[in-house]
Structure formats: C-alpha cells, structure tokens
Design a protein around this ligand. Structure first.
Ligand code: FAD
Length: 498
C-alpha cells in the first residue's frame, strides 16, 4: 500500500475542527508524528465546558502520551480516588475506590476533578507547543469534497471572513453541536433509553466527605432522577440533576426554582448543600441545561474524514466517560491517520480498526449503563453486570472499577509507570490461575476477549520491563492491527492491505 498521493499538495496534512480534549488529543498525536496540523476552534480559550470528572485512563494514559502529565499533576486539580453512590436498593451510600483494581494500583489509582476551563486550556496550549497551528475564533462552516473524499474545510476567520484550507484528513472534534458530523454519511441515533436532560450549576461551601473520599464524585439517585456532586476545589462544587425529558416543562420555566425543588426532594444532596451558596465567580454564576446528549452514529468516518468525541457519540454522564471516550477515540483516529500517511497500511484497514475499538469501548459503557439504570437492583448486581459485559477475569468489583476507570480497553499501558504495569500483569495472571484451579473459569477462557486480555497482559509485562524496546503490541481483535511501541501508529502483523 503506497502512501496517499502527495502531488495534490494540500495546505495541511490534517485539519482538526474543535479544540476540546478530543481535538487537542488528535492534533497533538498527529503533530508529534511530524505532520502539519491546523486546528480551528470557534471560541477563544479559556472557555467553559461541562464534563469535569475525569477517569484514570485519561490522566495516566492519554496525558503522558500528549506530554502534559506533569503539568496536569501540578495544576492543583482535586484528586479523585473513586466514587460514592447512593443508588439502587441499598439505603446507605456505598463507595468504590480505583485502588482496588490491580490495573490502576499504586500511583495510577486516581483521576482528577477538573475545571474544564483550565484542563482544556492546558491541552490546547500543549498542542500549540508541539507545532499544531491553533487558530482560535475560527469557526468551521462546511467541508470541501472531491467526489466522495473530504479534502478540506471552509471556515470563517476571527474577522468573519470566509476562507478555506485543504488537507489529507479532516477530524471533526467539534462536540455535540457539530455541524459537520453528517458529512461522513449515516445517521446520528438518539437513545430512547437515555432520553434525559441535565440542569446544573455551582456552589461554594458544600459538604466534603472525610479523606480519602473527599475528592470522590458523589452520585445520588432519587425518585425523579439522580444528582452529581463534584468537588472541584476545597470550596467549589459542581452540582447537576439528571431527569427524564418528560420533566422538561419544570426546567424550562424558572430554572432556579426547579433546581431548588429537585434538591428539596433529595435529602442527601440537600444535607450536603446546607449552608452552601450559589457560586458568585464567573463562569459559574448561572445555571445551565443540556439535553439530547445520548446518541450514537451509524457511520464514524468516510474517506478523508473521521469523527471523534461528542461529535461521534456520547452516552450518559453517570460514569464520567465523556472525556475518556473523547480522548481515546482521538488517539485511535490519530493512529489511523499517522499509519495511512506513513504508507504502512491502507485507509480502510486503519479506520476499520479505529471503528472496531471505539465501538467496543462505547458499547461496554452503554450496555453497563443500561443495567445500572435499573434502580431496583443493589450495587452487587451492578458489579456482576460489569463482569458479564466486559467478560472480565478478575473479581466482580474489580471489573466494575476497571470499567468506570476507563481501562477496559487496555490501550494505555505504554504510558504508565513500570510498577503498576507489572502489578497489573501479575494480578491478571493470579486471577486467571486461581479461577482455572477452581474450575470456574472455563467459560471465561473460551472467550475471544479473554484471550486478547491474556496477550495484552504479557505485552504489558514486557513493556513495563523494556519500554519501547519491547516492540509492537499485538492486535486486540483477530486479524486486526497492533500498536507501535510509541503508541502513535498501528502496527501490521500481516502484509499491509487497504
Ligand atoms: P467538546 O469538549 O464539546 O469540545 C468541542 C470544541 O469544538 C469546543 O471547544 C467548541 O467550541 C468547538 N467547536 C464547536 N463547533 C465548532 C466549529 N464549527 N468550528 C470550530 N470549533 C468548533 N464527561 C466526563 O468525562 N466527565 C463528566 O463528569 C461529564 N459530565 C457531563 C455532564 C453532562 C450533563 C453532559 C451533557 C456531558 C458530560 N460529560 C462528562 C461529557 C463531556 O462534556 C464531553 O464528552 C466532552 O466534553 C467531549 O469532548 P470533545 O472534545 O469531544 O468536545
């Protein structure tokens, strides 16, 4: 397979639309491979965004690959060691800790609660630093085409002047409000099951759980839906309520009154907010509403164009999967672009790999969330449900933590410190050995997923010991593509094909 014809001399190798976590990740991973990247962002950063509770996979997997690990750790974000839920049949709140997962042991057993206004700016500035041509105040209007292939973008610059730029690939990372996503074909399909809306705002002076859970996200179910309660700093708390869209009328009128009424119905949140005041610092003074945010797409890419993050799909905020899915899909897209541009494998094969891995990760969260929303079950059922869906080999609660930590994908090994990587491999081996010895793991061993996990475990151990010298990582799917030692490209295991 030859590299894409360079005689057309496009203005850029890649144009990324949107400077959120998905756009910054895609742009940085492509620029780090030596390609010319233009990123168009309609706002001027720092800009507000919802989605403040991160997962460990973003912090310890994506951030090191981007080169912002130290900067994020030094930014003063609230460490998030797990979650506290009042959900299901159990009348008492119950907590999980990322530390119980062997895949996230030791220094990687936390994420952060972040003010997105700061986190997204760190990622976007870093993209500039590695050579991405970042243009803020530039709004993409439409894509350019040559037949069925997308070849560039028409955009308005910060003075409103219309311009255009060509590229070998366009990445749409412009979020849920994307005006471009339909250009890849297919449909955006809204989930009837998760037809909810969210009403959210910020408080100063809310209650904090005692350490070590003080940075936990708290999710509290009540008859009309559920609340999130995210400690962003020792004093600032993000509070949101998710309710069925049938209750929209109550929210559309006086939002302040609606939020106060929902808080009144939820004793735990009411107790946590007793003595707290609505935030008086920008951009946190006003309430906001989001709806129609749970959707999938029947197509995720077409020749010359790929969708990542919320432009492609999002499911529900309860497990804080949005930034994880956005940055993970951006990593998969960047690998595909880098591999095609290098002439290592063809577009169909690379983007097929992108789509398979992306749909797998999204599907695991979606299927588990459907079960999690069955409010009459107790928390033990959720753990077992996670086990069923991920075909996980470890203890049921560990499966739950892996799922909501975003490490089910096993794509993040290369950027984690050696200690936990080795621990993860040992933990997996122990779990497999003991279940084999007791005879209750036969079914587990027969699944393709587990054989992939086993290969991945061996790969992790080698990588922990040898770093990049360990060589390329084997495929996740039979006949699929592996990953290059630096994590930025796919690696072919068989002769390259289109
Ligand atoms: P975005 O962050 O939306 O970034 C898109 C960027 O594109 C924006 O900066 C926008 O200005 C820019 N843009 C848009 N159109 C154009 C254009 N035409 N031209 C140029 N630029 C453009 N996720 C979590 O991980 N944790 C949570 O706790 C969480 N809570 C949530 C709560 C709610 C109620 C909702 C709805 C979502 C939540 N999410 C959460 C999801 C999270 O907000 C998103 O998944 C995440 O922000 C997606 O990142 P992105 O980079 O794909 O898109």
């Amino acid at each position: 397979m030859a590299a894409i014809d360079s005689s057309e001399a496009p203005d850029f190798d890649v144009i990324v639309v949107g400077g959120g976590p998905g756009g910054s990740t895609a742009a940085t991973m492509v620029a780090l491979d030596g390609y010319r990247v233009l990123l168009l962002e309609k706002e001027h950063f720092p800009r507000y965004q919802i989605g403040e509770s991160l997962l460990p996979s973003t912090v310890h997997g994506i951030c090191p690959m981007l080169g912002v690990y130290e900067e994020v750790q030094a930014a003063g974000f609230t460490p998030k060691r797990g979650g506290t839920f009042k959900w299901g049949a159990n009348p008492e709140p119950w907590a999980f800790s990322f530390a119980i997962s062997s895949r996230m042991a030791g220094p990687t057993s936390h994420a952060y609660q972040v003010e997105r206004i700061k986190f997204d700016t760190i990622l976007l500035n870093n993209a500039s630093r590695v050579g991405v041509d970042v243009r803020q105040g530039h709004r993409a209007l439409a894509v350019l085409r040559n037949g069925t292939r997308v070849t560039g973008v028409r955009y308005a610059d910060e003075h409103g002047r219309e311009r255009q730029a060509t590229a070998r690939y366009v990445v749409d990372a412009s979020g849920h409000g994307s005006r471009l996503h339909h250009q890849v074909g297919g449909e955006r399909e809204y989930s009837p099951f998760f037809r909810n809306l969210a009403l959210f705002g910020y408080f100063n002076g809310g209650h904090r759980l005692p350490p070590p859970d003080s940075g936990n996200i708290v999710c509290v179910a009540f008859p009309d839906g559920w609340f999130w309660y995210i400690p962003l700093s020792p004093t600032l708390t993000s509070v949101g309520v998710v309710v069925r869209q049938e209750l929209a009328a109550r929210v559309q009128g006086d939002q302040e009154a609606a939020l106060a009424a929902f808080i009144e119905q939820c004793p735990l949140i009411k107790q946590y907010l007793a003595g707290a005041q609505r935030a008086d610092q920008e951009p946190y003074t006003r309430l906001r509403v989001r709806k129609d945010y749970s959707y999938d797409r029947t197509a995720l890419w077409c020749p010359g164009m790929v969708l990542v993050g919320d432009a492609a799909c999002f499911i529900d905020p309860v497990f804080s999967s949005g930034v994880h899915l956005s940055t993970y899909s951006a990593l998969l897209a960047a690998r595909s672009i880098n591999t095609v541009l290098a002439g290592i494998a063809g577009e169909q094969r690379c983007f097929g790999e992108f789509e398979a891995r992306y749909r797998r990760e999204f599907g695991i969260f979606r299927d588990f969330l459907v079960e999690f929303y069955q409010l009459h079950a107790d928390e033990e059922s959720y753990f077992w449900q996670a086990r069923k869906i991920t075909s996980h080999s470890g203890a049921s609660q560990e499966a739950f933590v892996d799922l909501i930590g975003g490490v089910s994908a096993s794509d993040f090994a290369r950027s984690r410190p050696a200690g936990p990587v080795l621990t993860a491999t040992r933990g997996l081996a122990d779990a497999l050995a003991s279940s084999a010895a007791t005879g209750d793991g036969r079914e587990m061993f027969s699944t393709e997923l587990v054989s992939g996990v086993l290969q991945q475990g061996a790969r992790l151990q080698m990588h922990g010991l040898l770093g990049e010298a360990a060589g390329q990582e084997p495929p996740m799917f039979p006949g699929g593509l592996g990953v290059s030692p630096d994590g930025r490209r796919w690696a072919t295991m068989s002769p390259a094909s289109g």
